[in-house]
Design a protein around this ligand. Structure first.
Ligand code: DC
Length: 215
């Protein structure tokens, strides 16, 4: 079973994906972490995340063991990620890893959940389930500010809003694999939902498509 979850920054993808993975015994890949790691690796090497040669070199040599979760969750890593993600050759370099993860049967798991921007459209167009998760800008800014303050990052809300708008524009307007709704995706707006409610709605969609006996 493959579940594809796509949506903009801070829409609640990660929380939902983790909970679905746990409840359905699936492996989980946060594909944004690959782009974040590529962005951070480019900066560490003294390169520019917006320059194709620098970013592709980092993507091809990517070793996730070199990054802690804190390295990848910072606002700086998110901005660098959206710049490297804009470059088609970087996306191509990261594609096989994502497809292999989706296909490989992790030991004892019944399949995989992947979340990102282009999972249902490009990485796993044949996924059994596709969820397109949304939330309005102010809700996402509020969530991201809370998340960053919890990690101790000293941030200014107006700056987070401006960065998020710039990232939304880069993610949606790029020519290769932009964030967009797959025709067969279930649309879930989490603006007015708690994490529990979003999870319940996603489970209801999945359960309505697959008889429990088959899982
Ligand atoms: O979901 P996130 O905020 O961790 O993603 C970081 C950036 O990576 C985001 O701005 C867009 C990019 N990304 C992408 O282009 N495709 C994906 N499948 C996942 C993330």
């Amino acid at each position: 079973m493959i579940i594809a979850i796509d949506g903009p920054a801070a829409s609640g993808k990660g929380t939902l994906a983790r909970r679905l993975a746990e409840s359905l015994n699936l492996a989980y890949l946060d594909t944004g972490s690959l782009y974040r790691a590529t962005g951070v690796a480019t900066i560490r090497a003294g390169g520019d995340p917006a320059l194709e040669a620098d970013a592709v070199k980092a993507a091809k040599a990517l070793d996730l063991a070199k990054f802690t979760p804190a390295d990848l969750r910072s606002e700086e890593a998110g901005i660098a990620a959206s710049k490297v993600a804009f470059i088609p050759a970087v996306r191509a370099a990261l594609l096989d890893f994502q497809r292999n993860f989706a296909r490989s049967k992790a030991s004892g798991k019944a399949g995989a959940v992947l979340d990102g921007r282009d999972i249902g459209t490009v990485v796993c167009p044949d996924a059994d389930f596709k969820i397109f998760i949304e939330a309005d800008l102010e809700t996402r800014v509020r969530r991201r500010v809370k998340e960053l303050r919890e990690t101790g990052e000293n941030i200014i809300e107006a700056r987070v809003r401006a960065d998020m708008q710039a990232r939304d524009a880069r993610d949606q307007d790029r020519t290769v694999a932009p964030l967009k709704l797959a025709d067969d995706a279930f649309r879930l707006d989490t603006s007015a939902l708690t994490a529990d409610e979003a999870f319940a709605q996603a489970r209801a969609y999945i359960d309505s498509k697959v008889p429990k006996a088959k899982r």
